[in-house]
Write a new protein. Structure first.
Length: 199
């Protein structure tokens, strides 16, 4: 029997450097060119998909990006192997049935304070920091199921927000200090330090 209408969705998983998170990749664009992070169920109103995922007792946070979802499990949940088949089947069914991933109008109401998009009132240093994040950092951290967003720049200190698998990851501080801070100091001499801000 040939199924017409919505395309067949396939979902595969990728491990991330953070043992508490797993990346679920779809063969469909979920949130093109953007990402959105939900640290708990109360923040998930802009995403019907995130709300449904939080109904699973083992899901702690949900991060949705262009073609993947990074899920963080609760620390009580022993092993990803036990829950991956359930999540994959749920995502496949949800997407094949045309479920809404993110409601754009709702998402616009929720103030996303962090963004790597250069705006007209950014000073020269902030523009350079955001361009560096967008062009060099974003592709690398997305491969690991996360995102790093610009929060602020003040007096030589760049404040970043870790999302998805980067949030709470044991190796994210190494990435932040050895990788991102080192690169920024080399490419933008005004930058003295890079710090992560907790959400």
């Amino acid at each position: 029997m040939i199924k017409t209408g919505n395309p067949i969705i396939s979902i595969y998983t990728e491990m991330t450097p953070n043992p508490e998170t797993m990346k679920f990749v779809a063969n469909k664009l979920l949130y093109p060119g953007k990402s959105i992070d939900f640290q708990d169920e109360s923040s998930a109103s802009p995403s019907p998909l995130a709300k449904e995922l939080f109904s699973f007792p083992f899901i702690k946070s949900v991060f949705i990006a262009s073609n993947f979802i990074t899920l963080t499990k609760t620390s009580e949940t022993e092993d990803w192997d036990d829950i991956i088949p359930t999540i994959k089947q749920f995502l496949k069914d949800y997407l094949e049935n045309g479920g809404v991933v993110v409601n754009e109008e709702e998402a616009a109401k929720v103030k996303q304070e962090s963004s790597n998009t250069v705006s007209a009132d950014d000073n020269d240093i902030v523009k350079r920091v955001k361009e560096l994040l967008e062009n060099y950092v974003k592709p690398a951290v997305e491969m690991d199921g996360g995102a790093i967003q610009f929060k602020s720049y003040n007096d030589g200190v760049v404040n970043l927000m870790m999302q998805g698998s980067c949030s709470g990851c044991p190796s994210s501080m190494i990435t932040l200090k050895a990788g991102i801070e080192g690169m920024m100091k080399r490419m933008i001499p005004e930058v003295k330090e890079v710090v992560a801000e907790a959400e």
